[in-house]
Design a protein around this ligand. Sequence first.
Ligand SMILES: [Zn+2]
Length: 297
Amino acid sequence: MPSRVVALSVVDAIAASVLRDAYHRRVTAGVGWLEVGDRVFTRRYRFYDQQIGLVLGDGEALVVDTRTTPGHARELIADIGRLTPLPVRLVVDTHWHSDHVFGNHDFRPATIWGHERCRSRLLENGEHQRASLAAALPDLAEDIGSLVIDPPDRTFVDTTSLAVGARPVELHYLGRGHTDADIVIVVPDAGILFAGDLLENDAVPFFGDGYPIEWPATVTRLLGLVGGPVVPGHGSIGDRAFVERQLAEFEAVVAAARRFHAGEIDRTEALAAMPYEPVSSVEPLDRALAQLRGELD
Ligand SMILES: [Zn+2]
């Protein structure tokens, strides 16, 4: 039998992959969840094209990010309930942006984890974020107005380990990038990495609160943790090649900004050297220049 296993290993691997994909489609059909690894699920919401993560352990579940409003959180909780009867006892916030944390309160009494600056920033700027969001989304103003801003109650600085049941989950802060508090979540036994908004797919990443000069080093560290599928905060699920492409784009942003800052090229040339469409390049360039001028320290 071992020789047959060896002889058919490639075919078997392909067949197993097809079967697994079919199985995943079957178990998630109609409930909208995709099983990206063993008992690790994602659900891609149309609103902000956001990816929410769910890790199932023995007797309990962990959710990655809680969406933008209490209404969204309740929809997420109902969607989780259609997939599993396990209670969500752990929540991890990837960073402090409203679309990742404003659903937190609806998950209580779950324990909510995040970087220490995820908590402190949300305490500082939560109401400002609420006002901006309500102005931007008038149809959801009542929902946004009703929410309780509920920051992580468990925080860490560099790295920490959680257990979902007995299942290990690692949280890592890898440096500044999309914000000053982005963390990644690794499920080692499934080879899955949740990148938060350090990576976004199918659209230009958001630089408005970012640290473009440090972003490439942070993503380089992230690359060292990739062992399979990579779930971005927004857009489709990627792999190592996706991370490498994003890293090259972040490096191109830094290179263009440095050359302009040094007087080697003018602003038009700097914008033309950016890896994004001109209309999407202004904010990344200006944010990188602000950092080079020391204005974000
Ligand atoms: Zn964000």
